[in-house]
Design a protein around this ligand. Structure first.
Ligand SMILES: [Zn+2]
Length: 94
């Protein structure tokens, strides 16, 4: 039996409740990042798997990276966060 939703949906099948929660976490994370006014939606992205968030993309400074991390960690139900944001100017403007 699934711990998350208490249904017998099988080991191979992705739990719908977990998938739904992950999607909500991802949407909340992006909303919070955008609410800071410091990021563009094409610069950063959030991948969520079983309430574990991975931040990817590129930001201008270490400060921005910290701001992003704090914004995401404020979201309920996030169990862990890997901040893989890269810091620096876009590689296209070298
Ligand atoms: Zn389930």
């Amino acid at each position: 039996m699934c711990n998350a939703c208490a249904y017998e949906h099988g080991f191979q099948q992705r739990c719908q409740r977990i998938a739904q929660r992950d999607q909500q976490i991802g949407e909340s994370a992006m909303a919070r990042l955008m609410a800071t006014g410091r990021f563009r939606s094409d610069e950063v992205r959030c991948e969520v798997r079983n309430a574990e968030v991975v931040l990817r993309g590129r930001v201008a400074t270490w400060y921005h990276k910290q701001v992003a991390q704090h914004a995401v960690l404020e979201i309920a139900n996030v169990v862990s966060l890997r901040n893989l944001l890269e810091v620096g100017p876009p590689s296209s403007s070298n």
